[in-house]
Design a protein around this ligand. Structure first.
Ligand SMILES: Nc1ncnc2c1ncn2[C@@H]1O[C@H](COP(=O)(O)OP(=O)(O)OP(=O)(O)O)[C@@H](O)[C@H]1O
Ligand SMILES: [Mg+2]
Length: 277
């Protein structure tokens, strides 16, 4: 018997669900102290080379934080530690005051409410935009209900809301494979949002985008913050300037400087290692 098309792509592309999968049960991060992410004294060594060197930083609940820094500064490695992909040699990483991230593997970190957007979009090219969002939601409910049951009013409303947010409402019946690079990036952000993460990590979202797409991505990320927290790694300084409240500059696995964009831009240390390049 031929498998239904949605189910087939589910098994083919099940790795996508590694990071969108999120059962309804499970502890939520306790952010009553106002901090959603605690990274303290994290050290990661690769063959003796310290990619992260006692890195310490905190992200406030509802914040939109930009992380910048030269190539090799440790930005992606930091996200790997937070999401359970890389285990540090030392240090602590907590999601709220109650969830010790270093005890969780990648799927569990996603279940706890941390969504990660990788640079390359991984959408289901042969399914429509709407179906992609349905499938992402299925991570929480199992794929069966998507295939054989109708969406509840609440679920349909959640999809509609997300389509509006990511600016793809008019494209809901378009095959994801036919979207532009920028639109695919937004769809993938939408897929992460279907899991209602408390914290979203986004690595270099605007690479390869047209100037108009960059602008719309900035608007989208600004809109996402508040209800949830967003950490964005990006090299495009114009983009960072357009969205940034607080900027953290990483260099050689440590925090070199942190503060408003104005403060960062006028910091001689930052100009020397990064902005002055
Ligand atoms: N799995 C690995 N094995 C060995 N070295 C690694 C590994 N992952 C990262 N590194 C090294 O760790 C350092 C930090 O890399 P990382 O990818 O975190 O930097 P980054 O700040 O994200 O840089 P970029 O801006 O280029 O993306 C680099 O020198 C990199 O070569
Ligand atoms: Mg990187």
């Amino acid at each position: 018997m031929k498998k239904p098309a949605l189910l087939e792509s589910f098994s083919d592309r099940s790795r996508v669900f590694d990071f969108v999968n999120r059962p309804a049960a499970g502890a939520k991060p306790d952010v009553r102290h106002g901090t959603v992410l605690y990274v303290e004294d994290i050290t990661v060594s690769f063959d003796g080379f310290k990619a992260l060197d006692a890195l310490t930083l905190y992200v406030n609940a509802g914040e939109l934080r930009c992380i910048i820094g030269p190539n090799g500064a440790g930005k992606t490695t930091m996200m790997d530690v937070i999401t359970g992909k890389t285990r540090p040699d030392a240090g602590r990483a907590w999601f709220g005051q109650n969830i010790d991230l270093l005890t969780l593997d990648e799927p569990r970190v996603a279940q706890a409410g941390i969504g990660r957007k990788f640079q390359k979009p991984t959408v289901f090219e042969n399914h429509t935009v709407h179906e992609n969002l349905e499938l992402a939601m299925a991570g929480a409910r199992g794929v069966w209900p998507v295939l054989f049951a109708r969406l509840s009013g609440e679920q349909a409303a959640h999809i509609d809301e997300t389509l509006e947010l990511i600016g793809l409402a008019e494209r809901r019946h378009t095959l994801a494979g036919a979207l532009s690079h920028g639109q695919k990036q937004w769809l993938e952000i939408g897929m992460l949002l279907m899991q209602e993460p408390e914290l979203l990590l986004v690595d270099e979202p605007v690479a390869g985008m047209t100037p108009q797409e960059v602008e719309r991505t900035a608007e989208l990320l600004v809109r996402l913050a508040g209800k949830r927290s967003v950490v964005v790694v990006e090299h495009d300084m114009e983009f960072v300037r357009s969205i940034a409240r607080t900027v953290t500059v990483l260099h050689e696995g440590r925090v070199l400087a942190e503060g408003s964009m104005d403060k960062i831009q006028n910091d001689p240390k930052v100009v020397e290692v990064y902005l002055g390049e």
